[in-house]
Design a protein around this ligand. Structure first.
Ligand code: C5P
Ligand code: MG
Length: 190
């Protein structure tokens, strides 16, 4: 299996690149943010629970997110591997992911972080907000809160996998195609 964590701050291009990587490597793309938005649009109990956190740009509690991720993985057992986008965002989520993959006799192959400066991220997200339909993309305070939470809580996930010599950082500024080529260089060397 190839199991990639596409990592980086909100607006760093994870979703855009994951869509291209899926075509190239035939992996299953799992975006926990997209899963939450699907649940919210269907007004399910899970969506209702997640809603208040997402509206403020805060993290949904680990047990909720981990349970949702586990369901998605278990519903798709016969795949070559997964691209995790927006997950894990905490150490507890990282430990849960490792345990889940170990059950499948797999492991995280690599965590690749898309490195993008704050000002560019804010500009990208506010621009995306014009068409994404995401209320959490519209308000600069919420966007900055999401970035702060990334720094305070999520960036530790990079270190968690760095200790296992699995984390790498690539330049996330450039054209979609340039960044895609940088990612492919890393994945082809796995
Ligand atoms: O990954 P994305 O930026 O699309 O996630 C949108 C929102 O969903 C986050 O700002 C956060 O509120 C919530 N989320 C979360 N935990 C995750 C993924 C997303 O709380 N692992
Ligand atoms: Mg995304």
């Amino acid at each position: 299996m190839i199991n990639l964590i596409l990592f980086g701050p909100p607006g760093s291009g994870k979703g855009t690149q994951a869509a291209k990587l899926v075509e190239q490597y035939a992996l299953l793309h799992i975006s926990t943010g997209d899963l939450f938005r699907y649940e919210m649009s269907n007004d399910t109990p899970l969506g209702q629970e997640a809603k208040s956190y997402i509206a403020k740009g805060e993290l949904v509690p680990d047990e909720v997110t981990i349970g949702m991720l586990r369901n998605k993985v278990e519903a798709n057992p016969d795949v070559r591997g997964y691209i995790f986008d927006g997950f894990p965002r905490t150490i507890a989520q990282s430990e849960a992911l490792d345990a889940l993959l170990a059950e499948k006799e797999g492991e995280v192959s690599k965590l690749i972080m898309l490195d993008v400066p704050d000002d560019e991220i804010v500009a990208r997200i506010l621009n995306r907000g014009k068409t994404s339909g995401r209320t959490d993309d519209l308000d600069e305070d919420i966007v900055r809160n999401r970035i702060q939470i990334y720094k305070n809580e999520t960036s530790q996930v990079f270190d968690f996998y760095a200790i296992k010599e699995k984390s790498i950082k690539i330049d996330g500024v450039g054209s979609v195609e340039e960044i895609f080529n940088r990612l492919c260089d890393e994945i082809d060397n796995l």
